[in-house]
Design a binder for this molecule. Sequence first.
Ligand SMILES: NCc1[nH]cc(CCC(=O)O)c1CC(=O)O
Length: 313
Amino acid sequence: MPTLPTHLRIATRESRLALAQTHLVAETLRSRNPGLKVEIVGMTTRGDTVLDRPLSQVGGKGLFIKELEVALVEERAEIAVHSMKDVPMEIDAAFALTTFGTREDPRDAFVSAHFESLDALPAGSVVGTSSLRRECQLRSAFPKLQFKPLRGNVNTRLAKLDAGDYDAIILAAAGLRRLGFEARIRTYLPPALAIPAIGQGILAIEHLAGRDDIAALLRPFRDPATKHAARAERAFGLVAEGSCEVPVGALAHVAAGQLSLEAFIGLPDGTRVVRDAVRGDVAQDEALGRTLGEKLLAMGGREILAALQRANA
Ligand SMILES: NCc1[nH]cc(CCC(=O)O)c1CC(=O)O
């Protein structure tokens, strides 16, 4: 057993959600480790500063984590706190990634001043989201609605809704709940309608590979069901090329030693969607993810990815 660290610096983005999540991690670590000195080191990432274009055009997911990884390498912090859904499927071997705590509600949430659900929106209503994943699934289910880009952090997006720019917006329930905005949620989108993003609602902690003392400090806070879900969903994402450029989603459910995983791949306009599910022993988490990825590629996912590649070329 390595000697546990006595001083921990946590690198984080400075959005309100990132800070709320980081404070949660800091408080949890302190409560189990009296005497541990925890310091929060805030920083801005490219994903926070480039707001005028969709993420898919700015360079995808790594944008929210790169600066935090640099802080780890330069030993300005020992750990970085991320939303798992912002972490690319592949991370450099210099880093280790672990889940922290139990998963928050993974579903997407419908937020609107005047309407209680997507079903209640009149034809032509404007729905805000910049996620290709949400757009694909919701266009396919609600062809009469309009979808308009909506970027910025959670507080900014709510302000744009309140300013009247949209009839409704879709956000992750997890972020709203962690920020204390649960009351703004009118409806939770069932996974049958909208499969969430890979890792949605899961907190991730990154540290330098080989820091056994940090790994030992974090181990008591790893929830097995959350860990298996993250592994299955991310293994699926690796096969299905889960980046911001491809509308994909996956959601694992763990109970009684079994893991069920449902996932989809689609075109942003919702005209093509392939969707399926697998189930097996939790110990097979990553294998189940890969199996479902291969299955969806064979069911038409490969053509969808090829069409997207042509469109982006
Ligand atoms: N892409 C931004 C982002 N990254 C994580 C969350 C919410 C928290 C989570 O899903 O873990 C959000 C906001 C949103 O999509 O509404």
